[in-house]
Design a protein. Structure first.
Lengths: 323, 319, 323, 319
């Protein structure tokens, strides 16, 4: 166990997997000479060389498509899309190729590809560079979607993703890279598709993931001062979506708040709340609440942007409403 | 080239033709569903190209893939079974006409999204380079596909990374009902390769021997590190874009004129004129091909439907 | 009123708007000489000519992008994407440009563009050509998403979309083109963002849209034979999503089934059920059920494909479960 | 050209330079957030290009848009206010550095998704053709943008439809930290136009008069129906890609070498050598520009933040 940042944890997972398996390589814009726009792959180019650390042109479709093709030959590419906002350009490759090939050809094609990308707002990057559209990628069967909220999970899940035989979209959060946490040294795997309780509590269940885990934990601390103990379940994977810990917690608290950074409509909260009602209807004591982004493209102005993104107070208010 | 190889090429072309004529009938009978894009008229293209590949060379194409499948050595039975959606099909009945593949034969599929398989081809080639395997990836696509973004990104990436890909553009004059002139900035497709400083060439796609010759040379160069090359193959689709094409966009005279150029007829004459084979021998090949198709239909029709559980299989490799 | 097919209704709306407003024009693959792959624009090329009926190359991004640009100059382009499966290629233009420009530049850019496309499965077209991903487009504020289920609504909504100052994604359904219905002649507008009761009933509320309206109506007829009267609310627009008629109906029936053709996870049913619980919690007598596509890419084989798509029996079974 | 026009060009270049030096400071002070991409070193490109446009000609560019905004005549005050996210900004504080625009000045914005505005440019030009207005659309983008699919689709469509677009590629040698050689199949960017049979040219982007001359001729041809043309403009970015660029990808010597070529310095010398203006007059222009920037900062800082309701405005025009 060492206390490191999310950035270091992700970097470590990549580094260890590349050291361990010569078939693992990374490709993407500025992953090499630059060292990664978020410095995640700093030092990789010098150590692993241009063959395994491949800078690409600004060609999102080709980045994902070529990674898929290489994966079909048995390699384990980790393709990086600088931000999830650019993943829309590669959307066809992600949902029509990556998510379909194994099924459509009757199982004969196997594509162990990981698409690493970065989402989230709060940095005044404006409407096209601040999105959290994680849910729309999780809509497609055939694709696995992971979005860690802690350094340890980031390391363990990324290693699992790299070793997985299935295509995985790995969504990091731009404002979590500095977040520190205890991370197991060396070999450490967190299975994809397993939610987990990040904070025990008895009064209300907060279901969240990625950056909003941090916000929810802060809210929980404040609530605890008032004697309200929130149990926080971190989804970690959006597909497969593991409801077990959520339902278990809910059957205990009978109240839930779902916190996501993205827009509420057709988002993560909608799916999770629907499943809670479907799977634990008799345990519902109050309407489940969704805390999410305001339904607007994110503006540049800092004050307005902050108004639009869920914060600690929003979570606290929602919790009090369901109690 | 030995006689039996010539006969083999002739056999493949006739087999593709008969297979598809049969498929068209089965489609009318409602035994084949979805989209059915016939390759009739273009048989010399894939037959010539793929006859020049080595087993380690990879092939990937679009949805007009029956011919490519046959040329890559996929069993007629399994191809026909796929058309009928049976569990014995090359893709277990899940892919259908547009999604034939057999990775054990290095055929990486029929892909139905125009242009989407071009980046995949770059990746397949990258796999070989990465493993230092001397193999060529043959990526086939149509003239219409050269106008989509992924064409640009794939060719650019292949050149920047010096990947062993042969970009084989089947120029059959139309993308659905749109002529090249109405869809492409340049009417001479091969000129697009200039924008990538990519070596390019053009060949008559109705002449299987000409295609084969070109392919042999280009594959050799690419195999030995020339970097990606572009080959435009001029051909023509005798049937509609897919079944039920009103064909308002072309005159039947134009179609008939091209049919004079039937690639099978041309090769047939060539084999006779060059005294490579006698009419009787060629007839025998035809009879044999027809028998194979007949048997394939029987095989396919008597094959079982996929089990209901199959619906849920192969979504993921792991859970 | 004339009884015509959905195809004719859509064609009529386009034709009338083009006759009325010279700034309206259509562009897309095969919309001209071919007459539209689904024959919707048959005869348009000869009548309106190549200037207003523009065949395009296979360039989805440029089709949408150029339509947006033309709209910025005050024209009213109706861009056609042959199927919604190809919209993923233009995803960036749709969500990062069309949905953002008006907001991001402080309201100075106005883009009255309509993107017509066709979704739905059931025709053995395989995994990449049979999708119903309507919900993911509706996730983005700034875009309006419409998906009519009747010929009359198709005409009225398409006219409204063409006259709208906002970008509208207009989703037709491939297996509805032959569906017939009474359609008002000439001027007829159906406002975007208004759900409607398509069948009155007292026992259960079925919320649906597009092709599944047809399936739901059939199910309702069968149920009525057994004395079960289902009220059917057709959403018609997914964004803005009008819950009023849904809630009104639900407060009467206290039971709901949501029927969508697409995958359930992060889909339409999730959003609608979440909102019903949020807005009518005290009226809920039974867990709301979602009827949706099986969570698999659609296979070519007819039997398997039919298993995967919601049918009348699925709807009936769901209704009986909530009763 | 009259003296005051020369001084006007000089003024614009100096104004952009000062504006951005000031912006860099405000960024350090945390008064500007998000991404800030400086145009310093490239001022002659947009100044020369846009000086050659007529009011009816449209301009659209990428996120590196401060210079273009100034050249298009957007008020310095409103540009500075946008950088500070104030309600008086050109985009009401909602766009920021990457999203400047003023449609009344025919400036259709800064667009932050690489390549995404190229199809829009084709559409803007289509609008003029449709209305039979003789106008040119000037679309500016970087060297790195030439590798993305939308570049290909937009240029192809523009050629097929003969749209009056001038594709102005600002080749500043790098896309972030990637040199052209490492990202593009051809290192001579203008060669890409060959793939579209598009007339193309190249010009020294450090020489504002050279850029202007080229632009005047090309715009005239395009205005008169030549169809789209491609212009490569060679330049260099003196600062990092955006604030906080480690710049591991280039040597400071390289930067210094280019700085010898400062476009403002070159133009300054030119004006003196050609006896168009005296040193004192040019100093006056600088002083004036500095005063404008100072006033702009005061204006921006004293401008009100957007009202909270603004968050919900402009999502849609109608409801
Ligand atoms: C991205 C995309 N857009 C549109 C289509 C519909 N479509 C299928 S085939 C085709 C024409 C392709 O023409 P070409 O590349 O010349 O191949 P050909 O059919 O002539 O063999 C089109 C437009 C598609 N499948 N994918
Ligand atoms: C589609 C997309 N991919 C990646 C990025 C991140 N990015 C922003 S600017 C840039 C480099 C662009 O280089 P170039 O086109 O040469 O313009 P320059 O910055 O040199 O002016 C990249 C990769 C983006 N904004 N959009
Ligand atoms: Mg073609
Ligand atoms: Mg550049």
């Amino acid at each position: 166990m060492t206390r490191i940042t999310m950035r270091e944890a992700i970097s470590q997972a990549l580094w260890e997997e590349m050291e361990k398996d010569p078939d693992v390589f990374i490709m993407g814009q500025e992953v090499g000479v630059w060292g990664g726009t978020y410095a995640v792959t700093k030092g990789f180019y010098d150590h692993f060389g241009p063959k395994r650390v491949r800078d690409t042109p600004i060609s999102e479709s080709a980045i994902v498509g070529a990674a898929i093709g290489a994966a079909l030959t048995g390699l384990r590419p980790v393709a990086e899309l600088m931000t999830i906002n650019f993943a829309f350009i590669a959307m066809d490759q992600i949902v029509n190729e990556a998510a379909k090939l194994h099924y459509m050809f009757g199982g004969q094609m196997v594509l162990p590809v990981v698409i690493r990308t970065v989402g989230g707002g709060g940095r005044q990057l404006g409407a096209t560079h601040s999105q959290t559209p994680d849910a729309i990628f999780a809509h497609f069967p055939g694709l696995k979607v992971v979005a860690p909220g802690t350094p340890a999970d980031a390391k363990g899940l990324l290693k699992a993703a790299i070793r997985s035989q299935d295509p995985v979209l790995f969504i990091e959060h731009a404002t979590l890279y500095q977040t520190r946490g205890e991370v197991p040294d060396g070999e450490y795997i967190v299975p994809i598709g397993k939610s987990i309780v990040q904070r025990p509590g008895r009064d209300v269940t907060i279901v969240t993931y990625s950056k909003m885990l941090e916000i929810s934990l802060k809210a929980a601390e404040k609530l605890s001062v008032e004697g309200i103990e929130a149990e926080i379940v971190d989804l970690r994977s959006l597909r497969p979506l593991d409801m077990e810990p959520v339902i278990e917690s809910f059957k205990k608290t009978n109240r839930a708040v779902i916190v996501e950074e993205g827009w509420p409509s057709y988002g993560v909260g909608a799916e999770v709340s629907s499943r809670i009602y479907e799977q634990a209807f008799d345990y519902v004591d109050a309407p489940i609440k969704r805390v999410a982004q305001k339904e607007v493209p994110l503006p540049y102005n800092r004050t307005l942007e902050q108004m639009a993104i869920p914060d600690v107070d929003n979570v606290i208010a929602a919790v009090k409403e369901v109690l | 080239m030995e006689k039996k190889e010539y006969l083999n090429l002739y056999h493949q072309m006739v087999l593709i033709r008969r297979l598809e004529e049969q498929a068209a009938e089965l489609y009318q009978q409602g035994k084949i569903g979805g989209f059915l894009h016939l390759y009739i008229g273009q048989e010399a293209v894939s037959t010539g190209l793929i006859s020049a590949r080595k087993p380690e060379d990879r092939v990937i194409t679009a949805y007009r893939d029956h011919g490519v499948a046959i040329n890559c050595g996929l069993p007629v039975n399994a191809v026909m079974a796929e058309l009928l959606g049976k569990s014995t099909g090359v893709s277990k009945g899940k892919g259908g006409s547009m999604h034939m593949a057999d990775v054990t034969k290095n055929f990486w599929g029929g892909h139905a999204i125009v242009g989407a398989h071009l980046p995949l081809a770059a990746g397949l080639a990258l796999g070989d380079v990465y493993r230092e395997q001397k193999a060529v990836t043959i990526c086939m696509f149509g003239d219409g596909a050269t106008n989509i973004g992924s064409f640009h990104e794939a060719l650019n990436l292949a050149k920047v990374w010096n990947l062993p890909v042969v970009w084989a553009c089947e120029n059959n004059q139309y993308g659905m009902g749109t002529t090249i002139e109405r869809a492409s900035a340049v009417s001479e497709i091969r000129r697009k390769a200039d924008g990538y400083g990519m070596k390019n060439d053009v060949v008559d796609g109705m002449d299987v021997m000409a295609v084969r010759e070109k392919a042999l040379n280009i594959f050799e160069e690419v195999r030995n590190g020339s970097g990606p090359q572009f080959l435009e193959i001029k051909t023509y689709r005798f049937r509609g874009h897919s079944m039920g094409d009103p064909e308002r966009y072309r005159k039947q005279e134009e179609v008939h004129a091209w049919q004079e150029n039937d690639p099978i007829g041309i090769f047939h004459r060539y084999l006779l004129e060059q005294k490579i084979a006698a009419e009787a021998e060629l007839q025998e090949v035809v009879v044999q091909a027809e028998a194979e198709v007949k048997a394939a239909v029987e095989f396919a029709e008597s094959s079982p439907e996929p089990a209901p559980e199959a619906l849920y299989e192969n979504v993921y490799v792991e859970g």
